[in-house]
Design a protein around this ligand. Sequence first.
Ligand SMILES: Nc1ncnc2c1ncn2[C@@H]1O[C@H](COP(=O)(O)OP(=O)(O)OP(=O)(O)O)[C@@H](O)[C@H]1O
Ligand SMILES: [Mg+2]
Length: 416
Amino acid sequence: MATLAFDVTQLNPVYRPYLTDTHRYQIFFGGSSSGKSVFLATRAVLDVLQGRNILVARKVGHTLRASVWNEVGKAIDRLGIQDQFDIRTSEMTVTARANGAQILFAGLDDVEKIKSLTPARGALTDVWMEEATECDRADFKQLDKRLRGQTRHLKRVTMSFNPVYKTHWIYEDFFSGFADGDTSYQNAKVSILKTTYLDNRFLTEDDASSLRAETDPYYRAVYTLGDWGTLGDSVFTNWHTEDLRPLRRLYRDRYIGLDFGFARDPSAAVNCALDRPGRRVLVFDELYETGLVIWELARRLERFAGRNLITCDSADPRSIAELRALGVRALPARKGPDSVLHGLQWLQGHELVVNVTCHNLCRELSHYRWKKDAAGNSLPAPEPGDDHLIDALRYALECEQLNRRAVVRRKREVGL
Ligand SMILES: Nc1ncnc2c1ncn2[C@@H]1O[C@H](COP(=O)(O)OP(=O)(O)OP(=O)(O)O)[C@@H](O)[C@H]1O
Ligand SMILES: [Mg+2]
């Protein structure tokens, strides 16, 4: 077995006891920049030298390379042990030369890869789910099952994330013994460590002061203090992600909504379907791009929307007219009185199933919150800002929120 003269002062002290933790389930959660990813990447590198085979998973495959893959590379560099590994960038594999054990990477959206993935030598011993709150319970179960086969190592599923809100399945499944205010917890099944930027002695003063300066209550709770966000603040807790590819063909009637943007704000559109009996909205695709001039947007929409009608933000009649002149079937949203609240309440009455590829919409949904008054009570209006796709979603389904006849008339009104 390879041994490494390893200087533990390279690691933040709070994490050091977890180098040898053998709980089946391990949770590292808390605030931003608390050193979770760097620690777990370093531990993965040290563990693979001990013969562990580790799968690093995220919900969406294309986010791996710029995040965990880089972290593992940096950990190897920091330890100065590049010569002990065979690193294949195109396949994203790291193989320990001495024992053949591997660190493998996969996105949960790549079902085939997840199914067929096996280490070159021996069985998988570890799964590390980075940003695990992006994943649903079924993803976790699937990965947990992947840890089968003979090995001398105790098997582990490690999850790292920023806490979102308490109705999340991770909270429900693992946090019953963890009280608000605790920083660590263990039972026979799980170990939990909560950290914040204060636990990271390697953080630059700039990064620390921007976290200290956060004034938004939700962001401060989750990203500065590492606390689970409060349920009452979130507009949407009735949503989850799913791989919707198998359902694409079943739902041919699509609803398209568009929110205009250009320089700072993106042009934002969603392509969704309605499952009326199941009271579900299925969001298949998102378009989210800044800097599109109108003919570029028209070209994108051709592919994005096909021949479906597109309900657009009516605050910009000129853009709608221009899109129509370019052959796009664009309609203005009606935006009656209270349409925002009405639209949001309508969406709250449905389960929102968001395709795993729609990561901008997922971000918006998880951060979208009601405004508060000075006493901290929620007001019936959302906090504006990071909400372009949510606006597009309201527009897309506006005709369902009004009534169907109105829509037919509206099409005639505009000569479609
Ligand atoms: N052991 C370490 N050695 C050197 N630098 C470190 C170490 N741990 C953390 N850092 C520095 O702190 C930064 C933040 O750490 P890291 O990315 O691990 O935080 P995080 O908890 O994963 O944050 P987030 O929740 O935002 O993903 C790193 O980019 C790195 O610069
Ligand atoms: Mg991280």
